[in-house]
Design a protein around this ligand. Structure first.
Ligand SMILES: Cc1cc2nc3c(=O)[nH]c(=O)nc-3n(C[C@H](O)[C@H](O)[C@H](O)COP(=O)(O)O)c2cc1C
Length: 170
């Protein structure tokens, strides 16, 4: 539970340290443990540790510039919707996987940052081109992963505004 409360977006990484490939595969396992509509298995993953590819991805949007300060990225890929049983739910399936990765990374004392790609079409097209994605699949999100440069300073303020909780009806 602490990993959920302590998760924060990390934007500065120690580039002298690398997350092992095996750890990144383990993060994909956590991602795939997320629920999916009718268990449709519409997710794929790309582990990226090639500096050139990361540099290209960092230029996709203003928000993706944080990638220039990390050495590992996990791309969350949505499969071709035409091949899925519940294509309308694919985005939720993918977002569930992203959150699992962020929480799992926190529990492994790794930093992470969600970089939003889908549904902004030019970002999706740019990532798909860089990553060589074809066949109707698409980039949903990128996640920066790495060892935080500094120990994360957790906000000590409560994030939940209790006014956002309603009881029985809105
Ligand atoms: C859908 C989505 C897209 C995001 N895109 C970016 C992004 O492009 N670049 C970035 O630095 N952070 C991005 N973030 C991270 C948010 O800025 C961050 O979660 C928010 O400021 C709250 O901070 P925290 O994660 O430390 O609690 C994104 C988060 C979400 C959920």
């Amino acid at each position: 539970m602490d990993a959920i409360k302590n998760r924060r977006s990390v934007r500065d990484y120690d580039l002298t340290k690398k997350v092992s490939y095996a750890t990144l595969v383990e993060l994909c396992r956590y991602a795939e443990s997320a629920p999916s509509a009718r268990n449709q298995k519409g997710r794929e993953y790309i582990i990226i540790d090639d500096e050139k590819v990361i540099a290209e991805l960092s230029l996709v949007s203003k928000g993706s510039m944080v990638l220039s300060k990390c050495n590992t990225v996990l791309a969350i890929i949505g499969k071709n919707r035409e091949e899925l049983s519940t294509p309308q739910m694919l985005d939720q399936d993918l977002a569930c996987a992203v959150e699992n990765v962020l929480i799992a990374a926190t529990s492994m004392h790794l930093g992470s940052c969600y970089i939003g790609i889908h549904p902004i079409e030019d970002r999706v097209a740019a990532c798909d081109e860089i990553l060589g994605i074809t066949g109707g699949a698409h980039t949903f999100a990128l996640i920066a992963i790495g060892y935080p440069l500094e120990e994360t300073v957790f906000y000590d303020k409560e994030k939940l505004d209790e006014a956002s909780i309603h009881h029985n009806r809105y």
